[in-house]
Design a protein around this ligand. Sequence first.
Ligand SMILES: [Zn+2]
Ligand SMILES: [Zn+2]
Length: 84
Amino acid sequence: MNDALPRATIAVGHGEKPQTRRAMLCAPRSCRRCGCTEDRACWDKRLKTPCAWAEQELCSACLTPREFDRWVLSLNLEMDRSAA
Ligand SMILES: [Zn+2]
Ligand SMILES: [Zn+2]
């Protein structure tokens, strides 16, 4: 009868964070240059934040200065478009 409740509790307590799960669902990927992942982002010295995805398998910390400039520019363009 009450079977569903304890089973759900066990699943939650298994060490899997809901956040982790969502990240895996939408983007199971790792950086092809440094190997960082959605869960273990490296530090982006230029952004002064944990790295972000610049390409499918490339994080912002691993971009060359030139790639980085282009990426930032494309981000700004996207922001402008969504704001308008
Ligand atoms: Zn990287
Ligand atoms: Zn990274």
